[in-house]
Design a protein around this ligand. Structure first.
Ligand code: SF4
Length: 218
């Protein structure tokens, strides 16, 4: 029998939030299995297929062990398991958790509860996944959500600025500009942002500096 309550979970762990405006805060991460994208720079390929079945209640029981009220649902792409993911987020919100979801931006965010902070990517050209962006998602972003561009080169940067203007994104929500680790020097991106006087937040993937880049569960 197919149970709507069951999630395929890759890992659950307690770490420091490495990105977003919550960077530096302790957080429990729930990494869901599966992803419908294949970004060139992906560092979580192990989440494409590996995982174990857990009920929503079992996931919550595991989270509660950490005594940490900030929770991020990530992947892979968590919205591949959309019904179960929505149920998990609702239950966590009802338990007064501060819930964030990180999504690649190719699947609809329309049904996500307004209590959840959405961290959504728009995939830049060098990801190889630019054509998968679901631009209608932009209209569902709240002022408290965050839209992330992971930039690997100058072409990605110019593409991102063009999207900021086309969709009037600056001021709509927090805009995050990040580098593809090892591909673009952070100082180059910072200089471009300053030269163009962009109102965006530069960020570094903090967890990659704290731990080895290949370390899982951080
Ligand atoms: S969306 Fe994330 S998990 Fe999926 S391929 Fe891209 S980087 Fe990897």
């Amino acid at each position: 029998m197919f149970l709507i309550d069951m999630l395929k979970i890759n890992e659950i762990y307690h770490s420091i939030q490495g990105e977003s405006t919550s960077a530096g805060r302790p957080c429990v991460f729930i990494r869901l299995t599966y992803c419908n994208l294949r970004c060139t720079y992906c560092d979580t390929e192990y989440a494409f297929y590996e995982g174990k079945d857990m009920s929503v209640q079992q996931v919550i029981d595991e989270i509660e062990k950490y005594k940490c009220k900030l929770v991020e649902i990530t992947g892979g792409e968590p919205l591949v398991q959309v019904e179960e993911c929505l149920e998990l987020m609702k239950r966590l919100n009802d338990l007064d958790y501060e819930v964030m979801i990180e999504t690649g931006g190719s699947l609809s965010i329309k049904e996500i509860d307004s209590r959840v902070k959405i961290i959504m990517d728009l995939k830049c050209p060098s990801s190889g996944m630019e054509k998968k962006n679901l631009y209608e998602n932009v209209q569902y972003l709240k002022s408290t959500d965050e839209l992330k561009f992971v930039i690997g080169n100058r072409e990605d940067y110019e593409w991102s600025v063009e999207k900021l203007n086309k969709y009037h994104l600056q001021g709509k929500c927090e805009i995050l500009f990040s580098v593809v680790f090892g591909e673009l020097e952070p100082v180059d991106l910072v200089n471009w942002i300053l030269e163009d006087k962009l109102d965006v937040r530069f960020q570094l993937p903090m967890h990659k500096y704290i731990w080895h880049t290949e370390t899982k569960g951080v």
